[in-house]
Design a protein around this ligand. Structure first.
Ligand SMILES: [Zn+2]
Length: 400
């Protein structure tokens, strides 16, 4: 059974231990050796939280001290298995060093989760039913939905708990003491329960390392929330992650502020205005396209049943569809448009009232590389061809 040093001393970064076993890990990734120690500071992947990583260094008398990377740590029964990139002699003494930045980040996020889950339970009576802490995201699931107002209140209460600098303590209570306490737990536990108390906020069964006072969480931001399995999923960022997120958003707002010549706290109005301007401009352009197309159509002699429009510059499917439908009503033949050219690729539409456009589409496919199809009255797609070849193809088949 590995002694869990992280239970007792969550702030220690290095430790000494004796290697118990070292075997081939039988894994296909960079991890080659499974190492057990008599004691360890490496927290294994457990309870939805990622494991510690770091280094093991043999305590040899000579200068040849290879450094061994601990890439993964898993709990196997009572043993904590360190998956390493090099072997170590069983019986030898080692010094272990955990990646402290990673561990402290996990401690900040995990304590933040306790604060939120404790407050959700205390103020709304809902239970935490899921938790996931990876290097990128922290999610917590609750068994009831929360309103935006409740979530807003939670965030304020959580940060007040942080400012109050509440002590966080972990201990193994006796069975009698445990029976006398009301604590949160996802599963029914009896023996060896480790409790984590945040004074005035929460009491919860938990196996992971936490910060020793809430102020060390620094800042807690609820970044997103969604309905999930009949309840609610919340995303949070704490401490260093919250600061990194704030810096990123501040930089983004700064760039937009320059772009719009507007202060960082007044960016919504110029963005809305540019959106409205864009919509107006699109409407104007659509009108101009419709008018241009009407003029084009007028210039085509009335006696032609089949019509081709070549409009490389116009990329307005709606205006063209309207114009072609109107034209097909009057002419009765195939009324086609090739438009919105990019390099040699055109978009196309073909309307017909007395003719099956799918037959026209098959003819087009025989002559050019085509992606498209449709129904009897209208086909559409894209075709690769040059302008002269399209005109020539249409003139050969459909001049009358
Ligand atoms: Zn915990």
């Amino acid at each position: 059974m590995t002694v869990k040093l992280y239970d007792l001393k969550p702030y220690d970064r290095t430790f000494k231990a004796t290697v118990q076993t070292c075997t081939n890990a039988g894994r296909s990734d960079a991890v080659l050796f499974a190492v057990t120690l008599d004691q360890t500071l490496f927290f294994p992947e457990e309870g939805g939280q990622s494991c510690d990583t770091g280094l093991l260094t043999p305590q040899l008398s000579n200068a040849n001290k290879p450094t061994i990377s601990v890439i993964d740590v898993q709990l196997k029964g009572d043993e904590i298995v360190h998956y390493c990139d090099r072997p170590i002699e069983p019986g030898s003494a080692v010094t272990g060093k955990i990646d402290w930045a990673h561990r402290f980040d996990n401690m900040q996020q995990h304590t933040g989760e306790h604060i939120i889950s404790g407050l959700v339970n205390k103020h709304f009576g809902f239970n935490n039913v899921g938790f996931h802490l990876s290097n990128e995201t922290v999610t917590m699931d609750y068994d009831h939905e929360l309103t935006p107002e409740q979530i807003n209140r939670l965030e304020i209460l959580a940060n007040e708990a942080i400012w109050n600098n509440c002590p966080v303590t972990a201990w193994y209570p006796s069975p009698d003491e445990l029976a006398s306490l009301h604590y949160r737990s996802k599963i029914d536990l009896d023996a060896g329960v480790r409790l984590v108390r945040i004074d005035g906020v929460d009491l919860c069964a938990c196996c992971a390392p936490h910060v020793s006072t809430t102020a060390q969480v620094g800042l807690l931001k609820i970044t997103d929330y969604r309905r999930y399995k009949g309840g609610m999923r919340l995303w949070i960022k704490c401490g260093g992650r919250a600061l990194a997120d704030y810096r990123m958003l501040h930089d983004q707002a700064g760039a937009l502020s320059e772009e719009f010549s507007s202060p960082r706290d007044a960016l919504v109005e110029p963005v809305q205005k540019i959106k409205q301007d864009l919509e107006s401009a699109k409407a104007e352009l659509a009108k101009a396209h419709a008018s241009l197309l009407q003029n084009r159509i007028k210039s085509i002699p009335d006696d032609k049943p089949h019509v081709i429009l070549l409009e490389p510059e116009i990329d307005d499917t709606k205006a063209l569809r309207d114009a072609l439908n109107e034209l097909a009503e009057k002419r009765g033949g195939y009324c086609a448009a090739f438009y919105g050219r990019q390099d040699q690729t055109w978009r196309y539409l073909c309307a017909g009232t007395g003719s099956d456009c799918r037959i026209w589409n098959e003819e087009l496919k025989k002559a050019f590389p085509v992606r498209g199809g449709g129904r009897e009255g209208m086909v559409q797609g894209s075709v690769e061809a040059d302008e002269a070849a399209l005109s020539a193809w249409f003139a050969t088949l459909y001049t009358s």
